[in-house]
Design a protein around this ligand. Structure first.
Ligand SMILES: C[S@@+](CC[C@H](N)C(=O)[O-])C[C@H]1O[C@@H](n2cnc3c(N)ncnc32)[C@H](O)[C@@H]1O
Length: 218
């Protein structure tokens, strides 16, 4: 393992390292967060939401930059006119900006990208109503396996209500999860009046298994 970056914050420590297989891996407080080996479902978080979005110009909020696969998938769609990516760890944004993560600089230089270093819960609470057409959340390994305990509020009533208020009419919230999240689906139904679970089988290398996307439409 080669350590490429290490930084402390109020939440603990994040580490970016290169594995012997050449892939990059991000860990927060020792917990696996993301790697460059397998990113099917992280890309699907954006592409599935975009598939249901219609022909209009789209303003997208991505919660959790990670290694940028969800953001890249959103930017690959010409309908996306603005993509705000909210990341809580300033060091990680730095590693993508300065090329420590090689695909980072070109992606963040896209003029449609706005990077906000903040807690996405705070951003969703404070933005003007109807600011986004899509809100894509992947800040944990799912509501059942939090990277930061404080993120629990995002998946409960008030956090989901903030996300709903941030969406324009017909806008969509999609949440990534590494495991089934029936409580989230129920909470979405309560706040939005609708919810859908989609399961993805991830190829059998690296983190093999099923991943889940939970969506709700305003
Ligand atoms: C699983 S990774 C995201 C992976 C990303 N979808 C991708 O394609 O690479 C989660 C990211 O969310 C960030 N994060 C965690 N809690 C957050 C919060 N409350 N607000 C904003 N970012 C957060 C983490 O620092 C990490 O970069």
């Amino acid at each position: 393992m080669t350590q490429l970056g290490r930084a402390g914050s109020a939440r603990g420590e994040i580490v970016l390292r290169q594995r012997p297989d050449g892939h990059l891996e991000l860990r927060a407080n020792g917990v696996f967060v993301m790697d460059t080996l397998e990113h099917t479902s992280e890309r699907a978080l954006a592409t599935e939401a975009l598939r249901h979005a219609g022909a209009r110009p789209l303003r997208v909020l991505v919660g959790g930059l990670g290694l940028g696969f969800t953001l890249a998938a959103a930017l690959a769609d010409d309908r996306v006119t603005r993509c705000t990516v909210v990341e809580i760890e300033p060091a990680l944004v730095g590693w993508l900006r300065n090329g420590t993560v090689p695909h980072g600089p070109a992606m963040l230089a896209d003029p449609r990208v706005e990077v906000v270093v903040d807690d996405v819960a705070d951003v969703l609470r404070s933005v003007a109503a109807s600011s986004y057409d899509l809100v894509l959340l992947d800040v944990d390994n799912g509501p059942g396996y939090l990277v930061h305990d404080a993120n629990a509020a995002l998946y409960a009533g008030s956090g989901l209500a903030d996300a709903r208020a941030a969406l324009a009419d017909d806008g969509m919230l999609v949440v990534w999860s590494a495991s089934p999240a029936p409580d989230l689906e129920a909470a979405l139904r309560e706040v939005f009046g609708n919810a859908e679970e989609n399961r993805y089988a991830v190829p059998g290398h690296g983190r093999a298994g099923d991943y889940f996307l939970y969506s709700a439409r305003r």
